[in-house]
Design a protein around this ligand. Structure first.
Ligand code: NI
Length: 171
């Protein structure tokens, strides 16, 4: 299987919103498999369709929370945060679309997320651990939001300046 190309900031497509998946067919399941493969190969704990240039409301994530020995990839189609509680600082958050940058991000401490699985069956996930942060991060991608939008403007400006400099250097 080939790894899909992951779009990186400042690619404009990452700023668009995904559209709800209307029917789950073989093509969609192939896409899910390739996204799962790409996430695992990239050592990621989550991947949203927007990151690979597809505007479908769809995320894959690792219930094993990045433990290479205990990978447990899963998918949520049309995911939605239906309840949230508290807040925490997600330390050192990163993103495959924002390479070489990490920052602390304010997130809900607990979320309930609803969607459907790859067979179209309704799923509800309630978590108050690292997976709660992963789900919020990936669902953000489906609305065109990156974690750098949720950090201080000073830190964001530093990152943006660095990317601009790199782009100049690499023509
Ligand atoms: Ni991300």
């Amino acid at each position: 299987m080939d790894k899909l190309k992951i779009l990186t900031y400042p690619e404009p497509f990452l700023r668009q919103s995904a559209k709800d998946v209307e029917n789950i067919d073989g093509d969609l399941q192939k896409l899910i498999d390739r996204m799962t493969f790409t996430m695992c190969e990239s050592q990621g704990v989550g991947l949203a369709s927007m990151q690979i240039g597809v505007d479908k409301n769809l995320i894959v994530f690792d219930r094993g929370l990045g433990d290479k020995e205990k990978r447990e990839p899963d998918v949520l189609i049309n995911p939605k945060i239906v309840a949230s509680e508290g807040s925490l600082l997600s330390e050192n958050e990163g993103c495959l679309s924002v390479p070489d940058f990490r920052a602390d991000v304010k997130r809900y401490a607990a979320v309930a997320v609803e969607g459907v699985d790859r067979e179209g069956k309704p799923v509800r996930i309630e978590r108050d651990d690292f997976l709660a942060v992963i789900l919020q991060h990936e669902i953000d991608h489906l609305r065109g939001t990156l974690f750098i939008d949720r950090i201080s403007s000073l830190k964001r400006q530093l990152y943006k300046r660095r990317v601009k400099k790199q782009m100049r250097q690499h023509g």
